[in-house]
Structures are given as structure tokens and as C-alpha cells.
Design a protein around this ligand. Structure first.
Ligand SMILES: Nc1ncnc2c1ncn2[C@@H]1O[C@H](COP(=O)(O)OP(=O)(O)OP(=O)(O)O)[C@@H](O)[C@H]1O
Length: 314
């Protein structure tokens, strides 16, 4: 192990709490400057991985290097080189925006002229200029979120760990947040983000799909969409979505059918044609407005992988 291009190198990482296996033998690398996403439902072990990367808890088995340091031995060095932000923003609500930045600056030993410079950089980056004297508790969710991010990077960490950072903020604020993340990544900061939002995972260069401690897939979002699903994803628009889904689920060559946007995504066995599908729905008195083969969405990929995993464990 020890590729200088990697910010994170994890091998066979395993964590058990008592008999409860929470992270099961996962391995992955994150390149410097990359935005890496862990996608998984609640309880799949994402936070536990982050806590191990930060050296807050020890792995039961396996090894890891983060920014060249050993996660089991170099906890002190790691913590000062990493920025961390979680959904629970860890801001002081009764302090002003500036006082929060002063506090976090002080915690990392940043004072005086250097602190003034960093605050200016962060207020500009987070679009908080003019709000320095506002009480943090009075800020809207999106502002708070960007302030929390600012506090997490006041010491210019080379690696930023974000644990479900956009929970509870509106889509516009989420987009603004991601703009800031991209800028940081362009400046060379490596970013590891956990999420259970599919659209958010799309923002990442590489995604690891984590499902109850198992890494089901590790690849770019596009490769996942192109290579994982066996069968065709068909987008269908009919006069009755729910009735159509019930009918589709009864057909043995339809592996899955679910609401997707205004229509349906159905997964067909290879070889089952669109004409056959059209006739089948017609037999059920369903009028088909449109039907076409589409590239799977990340959600399709996720559902496919999870269903496979469930079948394998039955
Ligand atoms: N200190 C602990 N002791 C015992 N069990 C724990 C501990 N920390 C986490 N767990 C369990 O490990 C599992 C994975 O939790 P973790 O928080 O890592 O998942 P997650 O994917 O981050 O989910 P969430 O989005 O809900 O935080 C859960 O079942 C949780 O109850």
C-alpha cells in the first residue's frame, strides 16, 4: 500500500459492535482531489466507516491509510488534517456567524491576520458576506449548512469528510452547497461524502454502494448505469400508473416495476420485446402513451443490486 495519488487507501476494513457486523471486509481507494460518495440506506455503516477513517474508532480487522497516515496509529495527525461535517451541523446557534468562525479557527490554532484571511475566504465561498453579525440560530437551513462547511474547512484540510451533509435543506440550497464542494475539489481537496439521495450520488466521481456493511458496487455513476443491470429498463407512461405496475409485476418476464417520475420504470428480462409488453398491457385494458428503452438511473441500479443481494441471502 502507498500510492501517492491516493488520499485514502482502505483494505479489508471490518467493524463489529459485539456480535453485530456493521462493516464487512470493504476495500477502496479515493484519489486525491476526487469527490467520492458512499451511497446507502440508514444503518448501512456509512458513519461507522467515516469514524474509522478519522481514527475515532478502531477497525475490528483491516487496515487504512488516510493522507498517508495509519488510521489505527496516527489519530492525532489525522484529526488536524481532516475537515468533518455531519448532518447535525455542530454550530453554536446563539453565536453570530463570525463568532462561530472565530471559535472553530481558535480550535485549530488559527488567530489574528491568518484568521481574518480565512474568514474572508469562507464568507465569500459560502456566500455569507454581509451576514457576519447574524445570530446563527436565525439563519435558514442552507446558510447554516454552508456556515458549518466553512467551519469544517477553516484550517484548510486536504480531506473533507461529509456525513449526510444535505439532510433537511431545500433543493436550491443543496445545489449551492454542491457548487462549493466542486470548487473545493477543483482546488485539490479530496471529498468523501455519504448520502442516501440518488441525485446527490450523481455528483460524485466515484460511488461505493454500501448495503448493511457490504460494498455492493464501486465505480463511476456512468459505468454503474451501463454495466450492472442485466436486462432492459423501460420507461412507460400509461393512463393508470398504479394499475400498470400491478399488472407488470404479475408478468414473469418483468423483474421489477416501480413509479419513476410521472411514469414507470420496468426491468425486463433480456429478450422480452417492447411490442410484447405493449400487447400485454393492452390485454389489461391499459392505454400506453409512451414506452421506450432508457439508460438505467442510479436508483434502478441501486434497487437491482439490493434485490440481488436479498435473493443471494435468502
Ligand atoms: N457504537 C455503536 N455500538 C453499537 N452499534 C452501533 C454503534 N454505532 C453504530 N452502530 C450500529 O451500526 C449500524 C450502522 O450504523 P451507521 O451509523 O454506521 O450507519 P449509517 O449508514 O451511517 O446510517 P445513518 O444514516 O442512520 O447514520 C447500525 O445498526 C447502528 O445501530
Amino acid at each position: 500500500m502507498g500510492n501517492a495519488e491516493n488520499a485514502i487507501e482502505i483494505r479489508n476494513l471490518t467493524k463489529k459492535f459485539g456480535e453485530h457486523l456493521v462493516v464487512d471486509n470493504i476495500s477502496f481507494d479515493v484519489k486525491k482531489g476526487e469527490v467520492f460518495g458512499f451511497l446507502g440506506p440508514n444503518g448501512s455503516g456509512k458513519t461507522t466507516v467515516i469514524r474509522m477513517l478519522m481514527g475515532l474508532i478502531s477497525p475490528t480487522l483491516g487496515t487504512g491509510r488516510v493522507l498517508g497516515w495509519d488510521i489505527a496509529l496516527d489519530q492525532e495527525k489525522l484529526r488536524s488534517a481532516i475537515g468533518y461535517m455531519s448532518q447535525k451541523f455542530s454550530l453554536y446557534e446563539d453565536l453570530t456567524v463570525e463568532e462561530n468562525l472565530n471559535f472553530y479557527g481558535g480550535a485549530y490554532g488559527i488567530y489574528g491576520k491568518k484568521l481574518a484571511e480565512e474568514k474572508k475566504r469562507i464568507l465569500t465561498m459560502a456566500d455569507l458576506v454581509g451576514r457576519e453579525k447574524m445570530i446563527t440560530g436565525n439563519l435558514s437551513g442552507g446558510w447554516k449548512q454552508r456556515l458549518a462547511l466553512g467551519c469544517a474547512i477553516i484550517h484548510r484540510p486536504r480531506l473533507l469528510l461529509l456525513d449526510e451533509p444535505t439532510g433537511g435543506v431545500d433543493p436550491i440550497a443543496r445545489r449551492q452547497f454542491w457548487d462549493v464542494i466542486y470548487n473545493l475539489s477543483r482546488e485539490g481537496v479530496t471529498i468523501l461524502v455519504t448520502t442516501h439521495y440518488m441525485d446527490e450520488a450523481e455528483h460524485c466521481n466515484t460511488i461505493g454502494i454500501l448495503y448493511y456493511g457490504n460494498m455492493l458496487s464501486l465505480d463511476t455513476p456512468n459505468k454503474m448505469k451501463e454495466e450492472i443491470i442485466q436486462g432492459d429498463i423501460i420507461e412507460i407512461l400509461t393512463d393508470d400508473t398504479l394499475k400498470s405496475i400491478d399488472a407488470l409485476k404479475l408478468h414473469e418476464q418483468v423483474k421489477d416495476a416501480a413509479v419513476y417520475g410521472a411514469g414507470i420504470h420496468a426491468l425486463l428480462e433480456p429478450g422480452f420485446s417492447l411490442d410484447q409488453l405493449h400487447d400485454y398491457l393492452k390485454e389489461h385494458d391499459i392505454e400506453v402513451y409512451n414506452m421506450e428503452k432508457v439508460l438505467p438511473s442510479l436508483e434502478d441500479v441501486f434497487v437491482f443490486l439490493v434485490e440481488n443481494e436479498k435473493r443471494a441471502n435468502r
